[in-house]
Design a protein around this ligand. Structure first.
Ligand code: SF4
Ligand code: SF4
Length: 327
């Protein structure tokens, strides 16, 4: 039997409820009932029996706006039991500064490692507020950042790049780095099962004509591998490196469905009806892995690329080769 190596990281959409109005995302348009998400008890039942979670290095908690989930601390506590070594990442749109600070402080008491915090901010105030669909977004995102800082919690900003903000992004990035904030960026992308934005033609994704502007970004700040290869991806969209999603990482959505990643709409099945092992070692999972290895899908987003970049340095690459087509 082909057995994937231990899980290295996963992203978990804790809720799809969102108080944002970003123009490149349709999540906020959905009506989601409080309490409709996969519960901590379901996570315990579905994931705890598996040793392959013991060495998980990072868990990205995403949304929606994660802190709108009222039992988020219980969720974090349960995931910490399941993945004792994992470092948690928590993203926020920054619209609820005091509530977010309280959540990070409470979560930090439960965990061994500090929570890695990312606050969304898409450029200088005017542009950011247009992209984020809220005239107060920039002010509140900065308030969240400063509040965390005053309380000794390190946080960084994350920007989603579109044709609207790419022109100012180099100057914006330089400004953030000069005040000591970290800055990560992703390109606005479509996802049928995550952003639900495949029909949203107005979100102005970058393309080959934006390569020069993206080249400027990678000159500012540390030359992370992700930033370095982004222009190359825009010139020719493809799997830049062999992808490890579905092999050493996965995406769990708030309804309990397991996917290889946030982009590929190929679900392995539901954690509410199956144990994780029966999904992860299934024939369907093997078929999906073969598709990924054959290069049928592609993307270049930091949350997925980081996993791939890490794995390229480890023997996990040998395991991936087992799924490669014979010719
Ligand atoms: S990008 Fe994030 S903050 Fe914006 S609407 Fe979508 S889920 Fe909400
Ligand atoms: S290449 Fe991108 S879309 Fe395809 S499986 Fe990997 S992360 Fe997902």
């Amino acid at each position: 039997m082909l057995v994937p190596s231990p899980i290295d990281q996963f992203n978990f959409e804790v809720t799809r409820r969102c108080n944002g109005h970003c123009f490149y995302c349709n999540i906020w348009k959905e009506h989601i009932e409080n309490g409709s998400e996969i519960s901590p008890q379901d996570l315990k039942r579905g994931l705890r029996p598996y040793r392959l979670f013991r060495k998980v290095r990072s868990i990205g908690l995403t949304g929606g706006e994660p802190i709108l989930r009222t039992d988020l601390l219980e969720v974090i506590s349960e995931l910490h039991e399941i993945c004792p070594r994992a470092r948690f990442g928590l993203v926020t749109n920054g619209l609820l500064p005091e509530r977010f600070l309280k959540m990070v402080q409470e979560a930090s008491k439960l965990l061994k490692n500090p929570v890695a915090v990312g606050i969304s901010l898409d450029g200088f105030s005017h542009t950011d507020c247009i992209q984020r669909g809220n005239p107060k977004h920039s002010e509140l995102a900065w308030k969240t950042y400063n509040l965390l800082k005053e309380n000794g919690i390190a946080a960084g900003f994350e920007s989603t790049l579109t044709k609207l903000n790419i022109g100012e992004m180099a100057a914006f990035r330089e400004g953030l780095l000069s005040v000591g904030s970290s800055h990560a960026f992703v390109i606005a992308a479509t996802s049928e099962h995550y952003y639900h934005n495949e029909d949203n033609k107005g979100f102005m994704p970058l393309d080959g004509s934006d390569v020069e502007a993206v080249e400027d970004l990678k000159k500012i700040g540390a030359g992370a591998i992700f930033n370095y290869y982004l222009p190359s991806y825009l010139k020719k969209p493809r799997q830049i490196f062999p992808c490890f999603s579905g092999l050493t990482s996965f995406f769990l959505n708030s309804k309990g469905l397991v996917y290889p990643c946030i982009h590929l709409n190929r679900s392995l099945g539901s954690l509410l009806e199956n144990s994780f092992g029966s999904l992860w070692y299934s024939d369907r999972a093997k078929e999906i892995r073969r598709e990924i290895v054959s290069g049928k899908c592609h993307c270049w987003t930091a949350c997925e690329a980081d996993n791939t970049i890490r794995n390229l340095m480890y023997p996990a690459i040998l395991m991936r080769l087992r799924y490669a087509p014979a010719h």
